[in-house]
Write a protein that binds this ligand. Structure first.
Ligand code: 13P
Ligand code: ZN
Length: 269
């Protein structure tokens, strides 16, 4: 028995997370328990589910998030592996509901799996997205090798230096990650400070932000789309590195060529 039984839409959303988790492992971005995913699944929750008792006490989020009143999220479990989640999402993640005080959550799921340690960042971002009226419902944190490597140079931490470099490697990068890559200086993982800095970066009009010397945090309508944005950026970083490994600095597309893409395809930047 699973709370996903007879809830096909919820089940599909959870299994899309599982499929994405498998890609993260295959990419080499998900060592051990690395990375986390949350999806706002409120729209798939029915009255029967709303009446289910919690299987945990109410835990504090660490911040008060008024937009999340009555919201439900699927969350990767803390210390759980993406490669295990890919096989069994309800043993390596759980569904939580936000309590009416908007400051706590309780687990309503098949197993007592505590949500990711990055919950303050994930939930703060979901709160921000709802306040803005955004259609985005999924957030992804992962450790893509080449993108993280870039952040070990101060030059690439400067605003839009990495964005311009990555966009210039192949036209698809700007087309499919049209807001580029925001930068967040190093902060303690799982801290409220990191959560607030992540929101500021997203508010500065980015869908994907880098946590210096750690990983990326990406948002989109669903989890596969958030993954796609990171995937195109990391592919561009790999092309850059391949050229450097061949012994030259790649020319990159010109400013005019990148502007033409924006004009023709109506991109936001
Ligand atoms: P969790 O296992 O708590 O999700 O943490 C993984 C991670 O990448 C922390 O930044
Ligand atoms: Zn991490």
């Amino acid at each position: 028995m699973s709370i996903l039984d007879s809830r096909p839409a919820l089940k599909a959303a959870v299994w899309q997370v599982a499929e994405t988790a498998g890609y993260l492992w295959t990419k080499g971005w998900a060592e051990r328990n690395g990375g986390n995913i949350t999806v706002n699944v409120t729209e798939y929750v029915d009255d029967g589910m709303r009446e289910l008792p919690a299987i945990s006490e109410a835990f504090p989020i660490g911040v008060e998030l008024p937009q999340l009143k009555g919201c439900w999220f699927y969350c990767k479990g803390t210390q759980k592996r993406m490669r295990d989640l890919a096989r069994d999402p309800m043993a390596n993640g759980s569904i939580i509901r936000i309590t009416d005080d908007c400051a706590h959550y309780e687990i309503v799921a098949d197993n007592l799996v505590m949500p990711t340690s990055e919950l303050p960042s994930h939930l703060s971002v979901h709160n921000y997205l709802l306040a803005k009226g955004s259609p985005y419902r999924a957030s992804l944190h992962t450790h893509p090798i080449e993108l993280v490597a870039l952040t070990h140079s101060k030059k690439y931490m400067e605003k839009d230096v990495a964005t311009k470099l990555l966009w210039s490697m192949i036209p698809e990068t700007k087309a499919f990650c049209p807001r580029g890559l925001g930068m967040v200086p190093y902060m303690l993982p799982s801290s409220v400070e990191l959560a607030n800095a992540t929101i500021s970066a997203i508010d500065d009009d980015y869908d994907v932000v880098m946590w210096e010397k750690h990983g990326v945090f990406a948002v989109d309508t669903d989890i596969m789309s958030a993954f796609d944005q990171v995937d195109v950026l990391n592919k561009a970083a790999q092309i850059y590195i391949s050229a450097r490994n061949m012994g030259f600095v790649p020319d990159g597309m010109t400013e005019e060529q990148m502007q033409e893409l924006s004009d023709v395809f109506g991109l936001p930047k």
